[in-house]
Design a protein around this ligand. Structure first.
Ligand code: 13P
Length: 254
């Protein structure tokens, strides 16, 4: 999947959910829902990111269809003594085209800093995967007036020199909006996405063409309003990506 298109990207982050059977039937249902509503493909590209252990069986069903396969994370190294890690090359072997890096759950639960995120994104770029680099502030950071400085610093350190218009997507996910049902207000999303777009343009000469996704309690009911905001080029979706109707419904409602 190319990134330098402004078709919306509807990306599902399945996180640590689903049994094997559930993962297989979810992708089958997503495929059949898209097949019965082919107009959604004019509006959006679809990506799903199952857990590592479900990538291989899901890849067989994704193969040749309209959904792209991605992973939720990758190692910062090519190979070696990294117990529990999975390399970009391993993900590529399974058919992944994209990989999420720097999700706030990894930043906070696993102590990953932006420097590690940059290393992971660089590995993705080296092996030909598109890196979805996540940024976002906590509620405390927002309430203390630091949302913009936090996000700008995360961008500054997390984006490696290898980044291009072709190999990078940014996802803005305010931590307080993830899984809480609290969506950021249109004004908050507008101003933050403008800030990110401006940063990419000024600092990296990459404005305009890079997709900037919004993530945090996105569902079919709020997708249209969010998609009308300038510089919102798609969504990174958790909970609502776990049901075919709501996942595809997000694109249908745009
Ligand atoms: P929810 O859509 O469940 O809020 O999760 C968002 C997210 O973290 C996607 O990466």
């Amino acid at each position: 999947m190319s990134t330098n298109t402004k078709k919306l990207l509807v990306a599902g982050n399945w996180k640590m959910n689903n049994s094997l059977d559930e993962a297989v039937s979810l992708i089958q249902n997503i495929n059949s829902t898209i097949d019965s509503n082919p107009d959604v493909l004019q509006k959006a590209d679809f990506l799903i990111c199952p857990s590592y252990v479900h990538l291989a069986p899901v890849a067989q069903i994704v193969d040749g269809g309209s959904v792209t396969l991605g992973a939720q994370d990758c190692s910062f190294d090519d190979n070696g003594a990294h117990t529990g890690d999975v390399s970009v090359q391993m993900l590529k072997d399974l058919g992944c085209e994209m990989v999420i890096v720097g999700h706030s759950e990894r930043r906070h639960n696993c102590g990953e800093g932006s420097d590690v995120v940059a290393q992971k994104a660089m590995k993705a770029h080296k092996d030909g995967l598109i890196a979805i680099i996540c940024v976002g502030e906590t509620l405390e950071q927002r309430e203390s007036g630091n949302a913009f400085s936090v996000v700008l610093e995360q961008l500054e350190v997390s984006i490696p020199k290898s980044a291009t218009v072709e190999n990078m997507v940014i996802a803005y996910e305010p931590v307080w909006a993830i899984g809480t049902g609290k969506v950021a207000s249109s004004e908050d999303v507008k101003v933050m996405h403008e800030t990110i777009a401006h940063y990419l343009k000024e600092k990296l000469d990459m404005g305009g063409a890079i997709r900037i996704l919004y993530g945090g309690s996105v569902k079919p009911e709020n997708a249209n309003d969010l998609s009308c905001i300038e510089h919102v080029d798609g969504f990174l979706i958790g909970g609502a990506s776990l049901k075919a109707d709501s996942f595809v419904g997000i694109a249908q409602n745009i």
